[in-house]
Design a protein around this ligand. Sequence first.
Ligand SMILES: *Cc1c(COP(=O)(O)O)cnc(C)c1O
Length: 388
Amino acid sequence: MQKIHYGRQDINQADIDAVIDVLRSDFLTQGAVVPAFENAVATYCGVKHGVAVNSATSALHIACLALGVGKGDIVWTTPITFVASANCALYCGANVDFVDIDPDTYNLSVDCLKEKLTKAEQTNTLPKLVIPVHLAGQSCDMAGINELGQKYGFKIIEDASHAIGGLYKDEPIGNCRYSDITVFSFHPVKIITTGEGGMAITSDEQLAKRMRLLRSHGITSDAKDMRPRSPEELWNYQQIALGFNYRMTDIHAALGLSQMQRLDEFVIKRHAIAKRYDQILSCLPVVTPWQHPDSYSSYHLYVIRLKLGEMSQTHRQAYDAMQAACINVNLHYIPVYRQPYYEKMGFSAGYCLEAEQYHKQALSIPMYPMLTDAEQAKVIRVLHEILR
Ligand SMILES: *Cc1c(COP(=O)(O)O)cnc(C)c1O
């Protein structure tokens, strides 16, 4: 039987043709398609600069570095995210800590943030940077987080890996009105794809310039940034910082640029699927994803919470039963600090109670534009059988 996955890409002939065009062209990388893709995303989101890289993980890393995160600094994020949202701080030698989640949106809770900041101020352990994550495509309370950022002096990177195409207060997620930098992922399960890929976007020219430098070995070929040399010596580039090779290829960018043209259509399809789940699952012992009135989600994920007290199966049994029916449900996420690597750093169970409660009940059911009516009907039927 064909497996139904929780998420997958949607590739059409125009996407394939765009990639083939690059393969036949002069430049497979460092050509004109990467800047075209960067412009398309930046324009869509209403920011000045896009810096395309080979993953959102790389984007988070260079975004942290561009904001000056280094040894001994403190970075806070949510425990309910992919590990990359926290790892980026560790790459820079900083320390990570976690802020518990909001019980309704499952995003980083502004109340918990406020409380933790008050305590941190007393112990002189305020964060340099906070990384809110727009879980499942629903924006965090960015106005609330930004206000605290002004008060306590921390920088903000939005991890919008799930959220391109979504809106917050009627404006595109990623416009950086409430943050310094926003990061997107183009992994195939995300909203649009480049295979692997990511982008950091910002309206701050200095941050964009710094991230471009770090993306490509810390090398510049801009004479203004080079150290003066003897006019006799030939220097067409200089390394002025320690960077990486995090570049995106033009092959990947071509796919992304083509996918951008279908972004709104993808999100509309995801909303139609969500609406159907919302209606039909309301009679089951589950909590469907609550939507804040400020939010228009991109619906990367459709996470249900099982009301375990009203059903006979356990979380594990429900998960296994879905898998046995060839429905590849998933769990987004195990709290990051419960990972063995983080427990070795001293974190332990019980650290963020709301996040742990969520993790014991959450299930991501299939959600992607190509999910057919018949497939969705099957998901609903199997859920009824398991949960009733
Ligand atoms: C997918 C994801 C990432 C990492 O994205 P890559 O492009 O695979 O590096 C980071 N943060 C979140 C929240 C994600 O879902």
